[in-house]
Structures are given as C-alpha cells and as structure tokens.
Design a protein around this ligand. Structure first.
Ligand code: MN
Length: 281
C-alpha cells in the first residue's frame, strides 16, 4: 500500500490516481497529533487489516488536485549513511565507508515535499551544492540492538530522498551535519510504499535526472551496508522509533545543482520525486 501526507498534512492512502483521506476517518478533523503519519505507523498493526473499510468511508480526491507533502512531516530523526556505495567512495576519494563511519544526522527541519523548491542558501553563496539520489527507509517499530537478519520486522516502508549537500573545499570543512541540514535540503516523497508491497528493497533500480540529463543511476543491491546492516549498526547506537527516516546513501554521479534546475528522482516500485531549485535572495 501507499500512504502519503497531503495538503495540510492530512493522512492519505493512495490507490491508482486517487488519494483517500483516511486520517479523517481514523483521527477526526480535530486530531491532536503533530504528525498523522507517525500516529498511523504507531498503530499500523491494528489498522492494516481494515484499510479497505477505511477507503469506503473516506472522502477522496484526484492526486492531481492535491499537494503532496513530505510523507513524514516531523520524524524524530533523520539518520543517513555516509559513503554507502563503492562508486561514490571512489569518486570522492574517501578512505572509509558507512561500515566504519556509521551515520550522521540531518535536521528534521530540512525536509520538504514533492514540488517544493530546494533553496540554495545565500549564507554559503558560491559554494558547491550537490544532489544525492537515495532510497529512504521509514522505521515502523521501536528498534534497539536489532540484528541485521531481524531488521525486516522493524521497517514500515520506503520512499525517495534527495540528500542535498554542501560540499567541503580547500578552505571549508564543516561537519556533514551542518552541510546537509540547511532548510529545504531534504526533499522526500512522493509517498511511502509499505515494505510488503516493495518486496526486495535490495534490488531496486533508481536514477536521478537534472533537467533532461541523467546524473546518477544504480541498483540498491550495490549498497556497501545493506538495509539490514544499517538497521543493526544504527540501532546499536540510537533507539529507532516509528517514523524515523534512514537515508541509505548515494552512488557516484553527485554534481552541483543551480537556480532554475529541476531535480527528478525515480525509484523502481516506489515512484518519482521532483523538485525545482531556487536561490535565496
Ligand atoms: Mn547522502
């Protein structure tokens, strides 16, 4: 199944070209939850058996009529794997991989949804800012000290993520956290496809285009640390909670984005995430 947030961060189920406002049925219009997707994921085991019933009761809209938002509006944390494809390790001339480096965090305020502009910050005008094509994991259950082989029990689903990055240079060597946490530097969406529907997430073709030029292309089987290993490494440090996001790393082909560009990510069995690029005035 596909779940999304739309318009004023309402919770929707996507089927064919329509979106069903199941959040209205489940939580009412005056819901107290700051993020309906997190509330939904928390209780997903009890909801999933009667989703078909929910659809019958829910008002629906054509997808083309709504504004899709980042599918988790405020995750507790966004963890991200640095250097998780050998092709990216080679192009950046780096010694280590995610297996040794672990993770960095991105500010959850950096999230934007499909169609929202990536805004190049005036604060770092003139610096190189790159796109990064990534598969994102959405955590489904509280996870601590989980073995790679058991990781599947803790996953809710998958979505597309662009880990927009300010590059270091000879004069500047900021921490990854700073370089990747500017507002608008984490486009995510268009929706979450549940893990059962995706099937083997370790065998998905994905690509990133800037305008009409293909810049990145990989299959997720090329990851250095697979999804299970990432969950194992990360959950031995931080308790993973429902709605947390793991960005699984980018392959080779990272390159600068400029004002006026349009960045488009497509991941097999998940969907398309496209964002324009603007510059802060
Ligand atoms: Mn990245």
């Amino acid at each position: 199944m596909k779940f999304a947030l739309f318009n004023d961060f309402q919770l929707g189920l996507v089927q064919d070209s329509r979106i069903y406002d199941i959040g209205l049925v489940l939580f009412g219009a005056e819901h107290p939850h700051p993020c309906l997707m997190k509330a939904f994921i928390d209780q997903y085991d009890s909801y999933k058996t009667n989703v078909e019933e929910l659809i019958k009761e829910a008002p629906s809209f054509a997808l083309s009529e709504v504004r899709l938002r980042q599918p988790v509006s405020k995750p507790g944390k966004i963890l991200a794997a640095p250097v998780n494809y050998y092709s990216h390790q080679r192009e950046m001339n780096l010694h280590n991989t995610a297996r040794g480096l672990g993770f960095f965090l991105k500010a959850n305020t950096s999230l934007i949804g499909p169609g929202d502009p990536i805004v190049l910050p005036a604060y770092k005008a003139g610096r190189r800012i790159d796109h990064e094509l990534e598969l994102a994991i959405v955590i489904g259950k509280k996870a601590k000290n989980v073995k790679a082989a058991d990781a599947g029990d803790y996953l809710f689903g998958y979505t597309c993520l662009n880990d927009v990055t300010l590059r270091p240079d000879e004069q500047n060597e900021e921490e990854r956290c700073l370089r990747k946490s500017f507002d608008t530097f984490t486009p995510m969406g268009p929706w979450i496809v549940t893990a059962d529907e995706v099937g083997d997430a370790q065998n998905l073709e994905m690509a990133l285009h800037v305008n009409d030029e293909r810049r990145q292309k990989i299959n997720t089987k090329e990851m250095v640390c697979g999804i299970g290993e990432l969950v194992e490494i990360f959950s031995h440090v931080a308790t993973l909670e429902p709605g947390d996001i793991i960005a699984t790393g980018t392959p080779d082909g990272v390159a600068p984005i400029r004002r006026g560009d349009r960045v488009r990510i497509e991941i097999e069995r998940i969907g398309v995430l496209a964002n324009p690029v603007e510059a802060e005035s």
